[in-house]
Ligand binder design. Sequence first.
Ligand SMILES: *Cc1c(COP(=O)(O)O)cnc(C)c1O
Length: 474
Amino acid sequence: MKWTEFAGWGRRVADWAQEYHLTVGDRPVRAQTRPGEVLDALPATPPETAEDMEQVFRDFEEIVMPGITHWQHPRFFAYFASNAAAPSVLAEFLVAAIAPQCMLWQTSPSATEMETRMMDWLRQAIGLPDGFAGVIQDSASTATLAAVLTMRERALDWRGNQQGLPGQTPLRIYSSAEVHTSIDRAIWISGIGQQNLIRIPTTGDWRGMDPVALEAAIEADLAAGLTPAGLILCVGATGTGATDPVADCLAVARKYGLYTHVDAAWAGSAMICPEFRPYWQGIEGADSVVFNPHKWLGAQFDCSAHFLKNPDDLVKTLAISPEYLKTHGAEGIINYSEWSVPLGRRFRALKLWFLIRAYGLEGLRERLRNHVTWSVQLHDRLAATPEFEIVTPPMWSLFTFRYVPEGAADRAEDLDDLNLRLVNAINDDGRIYLTQTRVDGRIAIRFQAGQFETTEEDVMMAYDVITEIAGTLG
Ligand SMILES: *Cc1c(COP(=O)(O)O)cnc(C)c1O
């Protein structure tokens, strides 16, 4: 393909994308594909000669699109939303065309300085105090890994990278059992080891960490000659929105000098609304906080906002500066690749700039507030329906429920099975998309609203679909 043909194709793609977004609500939300179907439709060997772009595009529509689950569908209520708001898609199109590498200031000063400014806009938007510095990571998993590596190096007095872990006293990291699997992975990759990730019991409606139990665990580890290194809290965990009491847990961590990281990957976006901030009261005491604008806030994937009270700790952990990466003759610059695990970096700040300017913070807040209001309404209707029980209450726009028809078997396995059948039947139907989780070992059905084009009608349709399909299960 020649660049002289690009504009024509670009217009075709733009038309296609607009039409897709306007009509995506007519498609089944979850792909109705059988395993292997797409693989079988793709030739086993690559073409030796150039193919016609028309044919490639036709195949994209005929082979690829039927196997897509529509995350931009207004009735996508599964997992968490992954919004690609129109202005952020435009920015990504521009970035794809320019394709800059943004590892160093000099490899694209605009990208670095835009990132500094956008992260400070986000810091203000979510109400973090002045003094936190931000960096855009590719994912919350990477931000958490960077934080855990910092915990490790800080606890080992910066010797870990050089000496490795053999011969060191085991490091201990504390979290609840509600945290995301990215925390386990960070513990594995950092070499700290799963057995040194200590799960602190949770209490209450928010399923948050018990700070008294946290302190007891730290004391026990100290008495055993182990080295407490870090605390990882969650605000809005994936399963049920579990949220640790941030202020109380950070106070314990401070007492023992632990490095602290807060995973608010999903719920952090909600903090642009001041009324939701009491959930993370005390957040200003954390060393590291991550949230994903690529979930609820509308920035095209990927875009993870990582805030640090003292970026020097992170840079001391991750920076390597061989001669070929040095920038001579420029003072006071930031090389963001020293703040993250990968060297190569995409220009992710541009989509934040487009997004925040195109909606304004008020426009973004309005969307999030609606999602929460409508979810609570749906929750209220299900709570008032005798065959359903609420398992966990609304945390922002997420709650879990269970189908418990009268006379249903009392045996837990049978009820689990019935609810799994209900989720599958709903997703085969295609009008809405839901996923399940386990709460205290038992299956519960998750509902969250967060897609930008979702309307109140869409959320209420979920009630009709859930009750209608439950009624057909027998
Ligand atoms: C989505 C999510 C993650 C993982 O985010 P990635 O950006 O995909 O790594 C981690 N923690 C929580 C609470 C999440 O909701």
